[in-house]
Write a protein that binds this ligand. Structure first.
Ligand code: MRU
Length: 370
């Protein structure tokens, strides 16, 4: 997928200065397109926790690049390994739900453990690049497999428009490019399948209306933003052919943690016989746990995300308070949809049922042996 008419990545090394990593500040979209420099691992940790970058795969990639920055700073100060361990510990706690964060940190530390201090910086630079390149291939794999579902619906509707409902942003902006939930959509659009996306606005941070709508528009994919509560009504009136969601952590039994509100969409989909699919890279599977409701940590974020809304005001952007000062607010960022409500999981290795047997069939080397 492209943005601003050009080939697109969400994180990259600054051309001409490989000591700096660059990102798009996603807090400013869609009104401003701002590139930020990450010069230190602390910049990377801040970018993750303050959500300049977000989305499980991009969070993991940002952590990998941050560890490269930590190793470089540590080398200059003569203590590369200590700086690396310190950065890894701090980064690990920046966002608790997305498992890709811990996955990327463990992968980079494992590579670091096998090389000497002289090679450390170049080795970690290479590893961060490989993680990003692999993520693009993984998204494309999800796109290829998910496309078959959209082709089938298009055939059934004799070429009529396929209406997809999605929540939050599991798009290019959440990955390195292509996205997870959006990859099948981009593939279908490129194949000439008539497709239209219902975009949940996704309060409180509006990743749907501000990010998903932006990237679909950049790529000419027809879409309509709806309030989060509209999905059930649309499903009752046969206006949704398929739901495709992302996920921040999926248990080995197929329970899915995703942006708050996903569970309610799954309930509405079940009640209306709408297929409910979750698209995920295998890096998002937590093989160590089975019961998502009990075992997936759910991030609670700043109440200000609920009490305030960011948007255009006149010629500039502004954050305004929408509720009375002093009102009690809670802000759970994710919920868990039990596997029984998920029609299938779309991965880079194929589509499977949301169950331990389904995932074990696609990833036999990772499955827990009994
Ligand atoms: O809080 P966010 O914006 O990081 O939440 C993102 C999501 O919930 C996405 O759907 C999920 O990370 C899947 S991304 C491919």
């Amino acid at each position: 997928m492209r943005a601003k008419g050009e080939a697109f990545r969400t994180i990259w090394q600054k051309p001409g200065d490989s000591s700096i990593v660059q990102i798009i500040d996603q807090r400013m979209l869609p009104h401003e397109y701002v590139i930020r420099d990450l010069k230190t691992w602390q910049d990377g940790a801040h970018a993750i926790s303050a959500m300049l970058v977000r989305g499980a795969p991009l969070i993991g990639a940002t952590a990998a690049w941050s560890l490269y920055l930590a190793a470089a700073a540590g080398r200059d100060a003569g203590n590369a390994n200590r700086e690396l361990q310190l950065a890894a510990e701090k980064l690990r706690n920046t966002r608790p739900t997305a498992i890709n964060l811990g996955w990327a940190i463990d992968r980079v530390l494992a590579v670091a453990a096998k090389c000497n201090e002289q090679q450390l910086v170049t080795t970690l630079e290479n590893e961060a690049r490989v993680i990003c390149d692999e993520d693009i291939e993984i998204s494309k794999g999800i796109g290829r497999h998910g496309l078959t579902l959209l082709e089938e619906i298009s055939r059934r509707k004799a070429g009529g428009t396929v209406n997809v409902l999605t929540h939050c942003n599991a798009g290019s902006l959440a990955t390195i490019n292509w996205g997870t939930a959006t990859a099948p959509i981009y593939f279908a659009h490129q194949r000439g399948i008539s497709i239209h996306v219902w975009v949940d606005e996704t309060r409180p941070r509006n990743q749907g209306s501000q990010l998903t709508a932006w990237e679909l528009a950049e790529n000419g994919v027809p879409h309509t933003v709806i309030v989060d509560n509209a999905g059930g009504h649309l499903m009752q009136h046969a206006m949704v052919d398929i739901c495709i969601m992302g996920t921040d952590r999926t248990t080995r039994s197929g329970d899915v943690a995703n942006k708050i509100g996903t569970y309610l969409k799954a309930l509405a989909a079940r009640d209306n016989n709408v297929p409910f699919y979750v698209a995920l890279p295998s890096t998002t599977i937590d093989w160590t746990i089975s019961n998502g409701i009990r075992d997936i940590p759910i991030e609670e974020r700043d109440p200000q995300e609920v009490s305030h809304v960011y948007g255009l005001a006149g010629s500039g952007t502004e954050s305004v308070q929408t509720i009375a000062s002093g009102t009690s607010v809670s802000n759970y960022a994710f919920d868990v949809t039990p596997a029984r409500l998920v029609t299938g999981l779309i991965t880079e290795c194929g589509i499977c049922e949301a169950s331990e047997a389904g995932l074990a069939r696609l990833f036999p080397e990772r499955a827990v042996r009994k």
